[in-house]
Design a binder for this molecule. Sequence first.
Ligand code: GRF
Length: 210
Amino acid sequence: MTPIRLGVLASGRGSNLQAIIDAIESNTLDATIAVVVSNKKGSMAIERAQQHGIQDIFLDPKSMEGESNPRQVYDQKILEVLKEHEVELVLLAGYMKIVTPVLIDAYQSRMMNIHPSLLPSFPGLGAQKQALYAGVKVSGCTVHFVTEGVDEGPIILQTAVSVHEDDTVDSLSARILEQEHQLFPQAVQLFAEGRIGVEERRARVLETAP
Ligand code: GRF
């Protein structure tokens, strides 16, 4: 089987990108990263790509500032890069920019995001802080397909994580992150095996590929 071609969009630390790289290198994920795109110059995600000989591209959002629709024009540039690299599945791995329909429509049910809560609870920024504030006893992480609403879209996989009485945002984030690093490669592998079915708002994990 030809490995599925991934395009990863990342803005920061890139630990989820690293988890994908590690899973590929240890042969637990049947994929290849065709390109890593970042909206932040010199991000750690870019460094990680370079360390592993992966094509990286920095696209400066500021260079679109004069346009009437800068966000759409920016996504159009990203789309060109993804097409040029024959990307089949796009991963948002700590990508701190809202994607527009330009990308969402082109990669419908082919773009995944990872979020540090059990969605639909605590979407948006500061999910771990929101969880602590709400006093939930269980939180976790979610991999879902990207649709127009922020952190909405069919849920593919989730892992629950206990919230401890003495947790801080940092300690809870670290416990969730450990699970993110397992979950994201698993979801991508299911996609590569053709085992994710989407019906309206629901994604289903199939026993075997249809
Ligand atoms: C992760 O917690 C992810 O769930 C969220 O942003 C964070 C990115 O971390 N979307 P990293 O850049 O992958 O280390």
